[in-house]
Design a protein around this ligand. Structure first.
Ligand code: G16
Length: 543
């Protein structure tokens, strides 16, 4: 076996977005494309020689091939050991868990998350640091800078590994261990949650459906829910990870998980429904004939946290991304703890968690998590809900309605305009920025603008500043409209419009969401000129 040094040329556009580098599979299949990015990661790390790297992905098309390449490049770079999930599989939260548990230097996760897979779908790669979380912007920008000058990469010429057999081997002097992808993670869940109460809940006849969406959460959900907690066989559906996710969008929202939503609305509906995404870090929670918004889910978990063993001592603070509803802020105020508002992207929670300033974090994009790892965590959220349902004996709907009665309801929706012409989307945002100074004081469709800005965040731990993180219009009654361009799309631009209206009066908690938000929807179009500028008259996806 030998280490080869191969000449290459930079590829344009290898800048990591909201969550790593995501591109079409066809882009990643170009010769040297993946290798260039991996070499740029390795070149940006200091002190990695002899250290451990964790490696795995969500099993999508191209996953196995990429794993083989990265292992051979890790050996050429001088890592001491690589831990690989069997079959090349590790969910994003399980990878974070493994980095922390094994004291690894970092990890590489291969996923394009909720984006579709298969040869015509998307692929992605993300580097996580030693705390288990996504690399902060300082590192992702260094990686990007390196991609622009790279002239060669190093790779072992060793033969492919057998990824399917648990055990140890060596490759050009580097140890390789194939680990069970579920074991470490399942142990962590058992330590955090009251498994006995949840087991008793299932034993009493409580029913649920977990939709794995043919993504990587299936094996985790099967082991934990069916084997460890005694949920009946068949509780987990679409539980086999497939390279193309069965042709679906593995995105747990009411649009892409329509099958689960329909089942939860049917006469056979079980007590509880949940789904997770491609790499198992997102979650959707559904009650019988009752959907729960991710923003409400975060707020409700926070209120009930002390019912759960892992959070018995209380929470130090809550963190939410800026577009996420302010429901969690009200809970934080009631608990007397701070609520931090960060830009979109899980990487912004890392410092707050490391510093012990926040315990729970969440985003409107169906992500929630805590300081147990440094990624959002789909199965964790499901277990948290199950724990709360088990110890309160209440239904999902009752818990949510009681929450609204106490704190008020934050009507919330996100409108996505996908694959919009990039130039038109940029012009729309530039036009909005140009208007910001003139908006405060104006009354639009009955809403008076109290604040209009382009969100900037100063990290309270390291003082780093992130600008241009979304246009925010905040109205005098606390309602908000936020505009952002997605940082995870792979086709044109995706415009996201986030709408939030607060309603304190329980007599007004039963309006259909889009109806309750209709005034704000009109404001958004009036201010941004969405229809005129994008030629889109309705969103592609409404969640
Ligand atoms: C990623 C990030 C999340 C973010 C989401 C949407 O999630 O980790 O923090 O909220 O993308 O980002 P954007 O609005 O820029 O598309 P995932 O599950 O795709 O890794």
């Amino acid at each position: 076996m030998a280490i080869l040094t191969l000449a290459t040329q930079p590829f344009a556009g290898q800048r990591p977005g909201t969550s790593g580098l995501r591109k079409k599979v066809s882009v990643f299949r170009q010769p040297h494309y993946l290798e260039n990015f991996v070499q740029s990661i390795f070149d940006s790390l200091e002190g990695s020689a002899g250290q451990t790297l964790v490696l795995g992905g969500d099993g999508r098309f191209h996953n196995r091939h990429a794993i083989q390449i990265i292992v051979r490049m890790a050996a050429a770079h001088g890592f001491g050991k690589v831990l690989v999930g069997r079959g090349g599989l590790l969910s994003t939260p399980a990878l974070s868990c493994a980095i922390r548990k094994h004291g690894a230097f970092g990890g590489i996760v291969l996923s394009a998350s909720h984006n579709p897979g298969g040869p015509d779908g998307d692929f992605g790669i993300k580097y996580n640091i030693g705390n288990g979380g996504p690399a902060p912007e300082k590192i992702t920008e260094a990686i990007y800078a390196r991609t622009a000058t790279l002239a060669q990469y190093r790779i072992s010429d060793a033969a492919d590994l057998d990824l399917d057999r648990i055990g140890h081997t060596t490759l050009d002097g580097m140890q390789v261990e194939i680990i069970d992808p579920v074991t470490d993670y399942a142990e962590l869940m058992r330590d955090l949650f009251d498994f006995e109460s949840i087991r008793a809940l299932f034993a009493r006849g409580f029913t649920m459906r977990f939709d794995g969406m043919h993504a990587v959460s299936g094996p985790y959900a099967k082991v934990i829910l069916e084997d460890m907690l005694g949920a009946p066989a068949g509780t987990v559906t679409n539980g086999e990870p497939l390279e193309d996710f069965g042709g679906h969008h593995p995105d747990p929202n009411p649009v892409n998980a329509a099958e689960l939503i329909a089942y939860m609305a049917s006469a056979q509906a079980p007590d509880f429904g949940a789904a997770s995404d491609g790499d198992a870090d997102r979650n959707m929670i559904v009650g019988r004939r009752f959907d729960v918004t991710p923003s409400d889910s975060l707020a409700i978990l926070a209120v009930h946290a002390t019912r759960v063993p892992g959070y018995r001592a209380g929470i130090a603070g809550i963190a939410r991304s800026m577009p996420t509803s302010t429901a969690a802020d009200r809970v934080a105020a009631a608990l007397g703890v701070p609520c931090y508002e960060t830009p979109t992207g899980w990487k912004f929670f890392g410092n707050l968690l490391d510093a012990g300033m926040a315990t729970l974090c969440g985003e409107e994009s169906y992500g929630s998590g805590s300081l147990h790892i440094r990624e959002k965590d789909g199965v964790w959220a499901v277990l948290f809900w199950l724990n709360v349902l088990a110890v309160t004996g209440k239904s999902v709907e009752t818990l949510v309605r009681e929450h609204w009665a106490r704190f008020g309801r934050n009507y919330y929706s996100r409108h996505d305009y996908e694959a919009v012409d990039s130039a038109a989307a940029d012009a729309l945002m530039a036009n909005l920025r140009g208007k910001l100074a003139s908006l405060p004081g104006q009354t639009l469709h009955g809403y008076t603008v109290a604040l209009a800005d382009d969100f900037a965040y100063t990290d309270p731990v390291d003082g780093s500043v992130s600008r241009n993180q979304g246009i925010r219009l905040v109205f005098s009654d606390g309602s908000r409209v936020v505009f952002r361009l997605s940082g995870t799309g792979t086709e044109g631009a995706t415009l996201r419009v986030y709408l939030e209206r607060y309603e304190a009066d329980p007599a007004r908690h039963d309006m259909p969401t889009q109806h309750a938000l209709s005034g704000l929807i009109a404001v958004a179009d009036q201010v941004a000129g969405i229809a005129a500028r994008t030629d889109r008259h309705r969103p592609t996806v409404t969640t």
